[in-house]
Design a protein around this ligand. Structure first.
Ligand code: ZN
Length: 219
């Protein structure tokens, strides 16, 4: 039985779109929240709007300009190239320091004002990309901190935490949105919808997972 209200942190990418439809199965009421933080590709937000509309979910977009002023990374800095290979000794230059902590914190404040205590985010550590704020330890720690800071009983749901990309494709298929995720989401660091550029690390991960899923599923 579906129960309760949930807020999904939503970007219009593969992972958060899968989470949006997962949440629709789990909760009786779902709201989506996206952030405009000066990311290079506004096409992501356009995709988020159209997917949310398609899903019949209300989408709020909050402006968070400050983030791009605080940190240098290839997602918010024009003309800075996205690294093709993941460096050994440090996180990739697509890491936006503090992003998940800020996004989830703002989402929690937004949710409490609407009597929502379930937060859903698509972070995961199975295909670890070098982002420290995608790890389970961090999410558990932030959950505790948010509960203490606002005296509220939040649950941060991370349905993709232990799934690799192939398993995330499988979940989208089970949820009946495989084609929607395939064609309508933007995961590519170069902002190309659906199939993507095929060359950036994000496309690499997405396409490898897709190939493995299709192979194992004989599609
Ligand atoms: Zn790409």
């Amino acid at each position: 039985m579906k129960n309760g209200k949930a807020l999904v942190l939503f970007s219009g990418g593969q992972d958060s779109t899968t989470c949006l439809f997962w949440a629709k199965e789990q909760f009786s009421e779902v709201v989506a929240l996206a952030f405009n933080y000066g990311q290079r590709h506004r096409v992501e937000l356009e995709a988020a709007k159209s997917i949310a509309k398609n899903a019949g979910v209300q989408l709020e977009i909050l402006k968070l300009d400050l983030l791009a002023q605080l940190t240098v990374n290839s997602l918010t800095t024009p003309n800075m190239e996205v690294e093709k290979e993941k460096p050994e000794e440090r996180p990739p230059n697509t890491l936006v320091e503090g992003r998940n902590m800020l996004f989830i914190t703002y989402a929690a404040i937004f949710a409490k004002a609407r009597n929502i205590n379930n937060l859903v985010t698509g972070v995961g550590q199975a295909d670890f990309s070098g982002y420290p704020d995608c790890r389970n330890d961090f999410i558990l720690s932030l959950n505790k901190t948010l509960n203490l800071s606002m005296d509220y009983n939040y649950t941060i749901h991370t349905p993709l935490m232990w799934k690799n990309k192939s398993e995330i494709w499988q979940l989208s298929d089970e949820l009946g949105v495989f084609n929607l995720v395939l064609n309508e989401t933007v995961t590519c660091y170069n902002g190309i919808k659906g199939v993507g550029c095929g060359e950036c690390p994000s496309c690499g991960l997405r396409n490898k997972g897709l190939a493995n899923y299709l192979k194992s599923n004989c599609k």
